[in-house]
Design a protein around this ligand. Structure first.
Ligand SMILES: Cc1cc2nc3c(=O)[nH]c(=O)nc-3n(C[C@H](O)[C@H](O)[C@H](O)COP(=O)(O)O)c2cc1C
Ligand code: SF4
Ligand code: SF4
Length: 324
């Protein structure tokens, strides 16, 4: 449990959490100061009581003593991040938002074990937008995380066209899984199918907004009762997109199998990485992006059609939207 604590809080704890103060505030005997991180945790795990609702100002810090474990996230500054990022855009956004608060990382591009998330641990969920929706496999894996009323931050990343129902879908999924969505955002990254759309995004300004957003979320989590947010989207979601093609494999393929090992949905057989299961492929573009021989490519007519369409409707740079 002690590993969940951020070093800054341990310092605050060590400064102000003398045994006398602990006894005064909690009425519970705690281990001596010199022992370890358990010092700060122990009083918070004490049985709830009116004495634990005391709130005190020390130096410039506000310490909140929760009435029960459900309020411990006030002092928890180590977020779980759950990210689906086949080509790296969502990962870059998640890293910038969480910053030093980044704790356990859950890669939604691989199967996820069920996880009960304690109510005081914030979850940062970051997923891409595919056809105005969240990829079904990301939703399915995200559902392995079960909340106990604790806070979640819902973030979608899109390729400068539109995010449509994706943010609402992500928020609804997290809520149904037992989280309280206290903040949300939509950020922009290079379009992973047509990289000339939103090139270089997230850029320095996007990443600065991510940092601001992370700090604003941290402040909100320190409130006594951080409320939930409303996000745009139609509850009657758009239909999931049908992918018109799968990547082609050229003669440059050396059969290394990297694409098969990294495909998020197992659409490339390791025994024959020159083939692709069209029934499984979600056109996430990971195999195209990572192939060391650039042997996986989209069919040229599809590239031309997508480029023309997206250039017409998604060339004007969009700005991040924050809901907090
Ligand atoms: C199959 C597919 C569908 C996409 N649909 C949309 C979309 O509806 N709107 C949009 O603006 N970008 C769309 N994009 C772009 C991605 O949302 C964007 O590039 C995102 O950053 C990809 O995340 P990643 O880099 O973590 O893989 C789509 C990309 C793919 C691969
Ligand atoms: S990563 Fe590229 S070279 Fe390796 S098996 Fe896949 S297509 Fe072939
Ligand atoms: S085969 Fe399809 S789903 Fe698998 S990595 Fe390639 S584009 Fe993504």
């Amino acid at each position: 449990m002690s590993t969940l604590l951020h070093p800054a809080w341990m310092f605050v704890g060590a400064q102000v959490f003398s045994p006398e103060i602990s006894l005064h505030l909690t009425g519970t005997e705690v281990p001596c100061l010199e022992s370890n991180n358990f010092l700060l945790i122990a009083p918070l795990f004490s049985p709830p009581g009116p004495h634990m609702q005391a709130r005190r100002e020390f130096s410039n810090c506000t310490l909140i003593y929760p009435a029960c474990n459900a309020r411990m996230h006030h002092v928890m500054n180590n977020w779980i991040s759950a990210v689906f990022s086949p080509t790296g855009g969502c990962s870059a956004i998640a890293t910038a938002i969480a910053g030093a608060r980044m704790g356990k990382r859950i890669d939604l591009c691989a199967p996820v074990e069920p996880l009960e998330v304690p109510a005081w641990v914030p979850v940062l969920a970051v997923v891409p937008v595919y056809g105005g929706r969240v990829p079904a496999v990301a939703i399915q894996r995200l559902r392995a995380l079960r909340g106990q009323g604790g806070p979640a931050i819902a973030v979608v990343v899109y390729g400068n066209r539109a995010y449509e129902d994706a943010l609402l879908e992500l928020k609804t999924t997290l809520t149904e899984s037992g989280f309280a969505v206290v903040a949300a955002a939509a950020f922009i990254a290079e379009h992973s199918i047509i990289r000339s759309i939103a090139p270089g995004r997230p850029d320095a300004a996007d990443l600065a907004r991510c940092v601001e957003f992370g700090a604003a979320v941290e402040s909100k989590l320190a409130q006594d009762t951080p409320g939930t947010v409303e996000v745009p989207g139609n509850a009657d979601y758009r239909p999931l997109p049908q992918m018109p093609a799968t990547p082609l494999v050229t003669d440059a393929c050396g059969g290394c199998g990297m694409c098969a090992r990294k495909c998020p949905v197992g659409a490339i057989p390791l025994s024959n990485p020159r083939s692709t299961d069209a029934g499984k492929c979600i056109l996430c573009m990971r195999c195209v992006a990572i192939c060391p021989r650039k042997a996986r490519v989209l069919p040229p007519p599809m590239v031309q059609a997508f480029t023309a369409r997206l250039t017409a409707i998604a060339s004007e740079p969009k700005l991040p939207e924050l809901f907090i």
